[in-house]
Design a protein around this ligand. Structure first.
Ligand code: ATR
Length: 274
């Protein structure tokens, strides 16, 4: 049986094994997919020994996405622009291919939800790995992205990464507060880790209106703090990142097996598990 895994720390709460089990059942693929909790300083050793011992592919999660990026022999185009990867595949038993399926998974979910079109102006909040990982597919789709972040220095690092790309710009947070009436955003994406600690990123509430789509990459049993805040300020169209979680997993599955699961059915089924 082909062996796959997700590497992370912590990893106990990862939903990836359940999702991949549902994909395998749906498509008739035989695979063994396990969770591996990697010691913070032990990624290199565990990563290579997994593949030496027959592993075919893996998902990589926090905090190893950047480390894994550096270990790949080749990268997909979208992975190159991400600076981090979430999926690896061994090719011809020796070459490590790295991919990042987060952005394409997000785009698919936004399309399913009818939250996006190629002309959408997107306000992206956050400038960490999660934010950088989703930018390329959204720009390729045609959207314009404005990045806003608590620490402007981190925004500048992302802008530098996309230096030849026209559809991306940024402001200092204080400028967004001063000039937000001048800009019209169709979609706002929270890619900060603030929801994990029950916090909300600091942005002007007057950006929120009944027509703007509000999306949080984070998900929870309840609505995330950011989405609750959006509703309080008049949003009508909100979504958390559960659909993205399933869609990014589907693109990993496709990279490994060449079969795309029917994610609509899985999203419905999966909601029963959380
Ligand atoms: P990840 O790789 O998951 O994106 P990260 O690199 O630690 O994690 O980045 C976390 C992001 O969330 C950053 O943009 C961070 O802002 P800073 O660059 O200013 O640190 C943002 N973030 C975390 N907590 C936040 C909060 N309470 N309010 C606003 N932004 C927050």
């Amino acid at each position: 049986m082909k062996i796959f895994a997700v590497f992370g720390n912590p990893i106990k709460h990862s939903k990836s094994p359940i999702i991949h089990q549902l994909f395998a059942k749906q498509t008739g693929v035989l695979q063994n997919y396990k969770k591996i909790c990697v010691p913070i300083n032990g990624f290199y050793k565990i990563f290579f020994s997994f593949f030496k011992n027959g592993g075919i592919g893996a998902n990589i999660t926090i905090p190893f996405k950047k480390k894994a990026y550096k270990l790949c022999d080749i990268l997909t185009e979208r992975a190159k622009y991400s600076g981090v990867i979430n999926t690896v595949k061994i090719i011809n038993s020796k070459t490590i291919l790295g991919d990042n399926t987060d952005g394409i998974g997000l785009l698919k979910d936004l399309q399913n939800l009818k939250f996006i079109n190629p002309k959408s102006n997107i306000l992206l909040i956050g400038a960490g790995g999660a934010a950088q990982g989703i930018i390329y597919p959204l720009i390729k789709f045609g959207c314009n992205i404005t990045i806003i972040n608590r620490t402007y220095e981190n925004t500048k690092k992302i802008i530098k990464f996309f230096k030849n790309v026209k559809k991306i710009n940024s402001f200092k947070l204080e400028d967004l507060f001063l000039f937000h009436n001048k800009f019209k955003y169709h979609l706002i994406i929270n890619a900060t880790s603030s929801s994990m600690k029950g916090n909300i990123p600091n942005i002007p509430s007057s950006i929120i209106n009944p027509d703007i789509f509000c999306y949080d990459l984070f998900y929870n049993f309840n609505k995330t703090p950011f989405l609750k805040w959006c509703l309080i300020h008049g949003a009508k169209k909100i979504s958390d990142g559960i659909g993205m979680l399933i869609e990014q997993a589907a693109y990993s599955f496709y990279l490994w097996h060449g079969i795309m699961p029917n994610t609509k059915i899985i999203i419905k089924k999966y909601k029963k598990y959380i």
